[in-house]
Design a protein around this ligand. Structure first.
Ligand code: ARG
Length: 517
């Protein structure tokens, strides 16, 4: 008969191609910890119902802990017949504890097992991503507070529209991410129910205590129907949708900064250090994160410290002190191999590009072996988001305004220089509104003022009072007050506006939200 775990009724060997498409161990090995946690809890539940003895339970638990340790220490040796993580762990357990290992799967199926593993794994990764998001939001809030004085042109249709505070723009990203974080917290609550105890599809025949299992494994309850338990992958679909939405927000930020860092705009400048680190990662291929990722994390941490950003870094692991890059860092990128002046926003372009990688993933439906295909999109989305959120925090926290010292405000002047008086045409209309003229009329009059200034090849601010009075008698000499960008921004003081007070209110709200933990 076949050597396979399920091989009792089978004779002969599979076609190697079939084996190749069937195996999932090369990707689902990432579930090893979740799988072992589930098995430990299940061993306890079996003993609780006297299906195995306390000493059998203890040897299963000890054996499973040893298997976990082997994975953790990178010492687990895969065998050719290990088709997925579940069979691999059970095979190894048998080698360690002997035939009692054969009792572990009593009443359980890989169907409820894998559904449970995935929920545990996604839940864990989701809470790490939540920490990444919070860190990114903290970076944005700090930046917004520090640079609250900076005015810039706001755009619609990529045309100069109205003056806004730079902080107001930065906070708009922060609010997107805050919504993402809230959504993720709600998601975690929703999906945190236990499929284990559903069996293959019809339920568990040994009256296993599912509430006990749920408590052991940190679930808030159990999936109420065994068919649902083994087939439900809505939590995968929802996670991928969430991930896509986050990447839309990351991509929007990236695209804005790419545009603002061009010479034509010159509003922001990417930090050198940060850029070359990311070049390193990109050069190595995005799939191979491991060690390179550590480099990025370390350098983000360092660059955050260098800019005196008082951010609580919650998730970044500290690399071991003997990493070779510490003594021998990668060479700074020259930007372009041909054009010496080039400084490319690689980090941002990659963030923009990576969003497509997350959107592009499909999701499966009912339970059949095709459900095995749910894992790679999720793994890929988690990896992409984890890196992208951390890179975004790094880029945003290290954006510079120019070189150093005296030149440090050059970029702020560039933003300022982007402000032109025609962007105050709305304010001119509003001026007349305050004098009692209906807005529809004032819009028309302000448009005529724009046209007149254009015809004279001058700015509206240089039109005479008599020019304005020709357009409407309500204009008086205080019209000159309109030509003040600070005043324009300060007038937008309603909740959510770009006035200093409204921006500070937003900062305070986000800080409070961050404090909630
Ligand atoms: N590797 C499988 C998966 O990830 C485990 C479940 C297998 N179940 C089955 N009936 N063949 O979905």
């Amino acid at each position: 008969t076949s050597q396979k775990l399920w091989g009792g009724r089978f004779t002969g060997a599979n076609d190697p191609l079939m084996d190749a498409i069937n195996v999932s161990i090369h990707f689902d090995r990432r579930l090893y910890g979740a799988d072992i946690l589930g098995s430990i809890a299940y061993s306890k539940a079996l003993a609780k119902n006297h299906i195995i003895s306390p000493s059998e339970r203890d040897s299963l638990v000890t054996g499973l802990q040893q298997v976990l340790q082997e994975w953790d220490d990178n010492k687990f040796v895969l065998q050719p017949a290990d088709e997925d993580i579940h069979t691999a762990n059970e095979r190894r357990l048998g080698e360690i504890v002997g035939s009692v290992a054969g009792k572990l799967h009593t009443g359980r199926s890989r169907n409820d097992q894998v559904a449970t593993d995935m929920r545990i794994w996604v839940r864990e990764e989701a809470s790490k991503l939540l920490a990444n998001l919070k860190e990114l939001i903290a970076v944005a809030v700090n930046r917004a507070e520090r640079e609250i004085d900076v005015l810039m042109p706001g755009y619609t249709h990529m045309q100069r529209a109205q003056p806004i505070r730079w902080s107001h723009l930065v906070l708009s990203y922060a609010w997107f991410w805050q919504n993402d974080a809230d959504r993720l917290a709600q998601y975690i609550h929703r999906m945190n129910v236990l499929p284990l105890g559903s069996g293959a599809l019809a339920g568990n025949p040994f009256d296993i205590d599912r509430d006990f299992l749920a408590t052991e494994l940190g679930f808030r309850g159990v999936v109420p129907n065994s068919l649902l338990g083994v087939s439900d992958r809505d939590f995968v679909a929802e996670f991928l949708f969430w991930a896509s939405l986050v990447m839309i927000h990351v991509s929007r930020f990236a695209e804005d900064m790419i545009i603002y860092s061009t010479s034509e705009f010159g509003f922001v400048q990417l930090a050198d250090t940060y850029r070359y680190v990311w070049d390193e990662v990109a050069g190595g291929g995005c799939g191979e994160l491991g060690k390179r990722r550590m480099q990025v994390l370390f350098l983000i941490r360092r660059s955050l410290r260098d800019t005196n950003d008082s951010i609580a870094i919650v998730t970044l692991p500290r690399p071991p002190a003997d990493q070779s890059y510490l003594s021998n860092p990668p060479p700074p990128s020259t930007g372009s191999s041909l054009m010496p002046q080039k400084k490319n926003p690689d980090s941002l372009e990659l963030l923009r590009g990576k969003s497509g990688r997350v959107f592009g993933q499909g999701t499966p439906s009912t339970y059949n072996k095709d459900l095995q295909e749910d894992k790679e999109p999720v793994f890929d989305a988690v990896d992409t988001l984890s890196v992208s959120l951390q890179i975004t925090a790094g880029v945003l926290s290290t954006l510079t305004w120019g070189v150093v010292g005296l030149l440090a405000r050059v970029k702020i002047r560039r933003m300022r220089a982007g402000l032109s008086h025609d962007m105050l045409a709305t304010d001119l209309a509003e001026y007349l509104v305050r004098k009692g003229v209906p807005f529809r009329e004032t819009h028309h009059i302000a448009g005529a003022a724009v046209k007149l200034a254009e015809e004279r090849g001058t700015s509206m601010a240089h039109l005479n009072l008599s020019d304005f009075q020709d357009l409407h008698p309500a204009f008086v000499d205080d019209v000159t007050e309109v030509w003040d960008f600070e005043r324009s921004v300060e007038q937008r003081s309603t909740q959510g506006g770009t006035s200093e007070k409204s921006v500070r209110d937003q900062i305070e709200k986000l800080r409070e939200w961050l404090k909630q933990g």
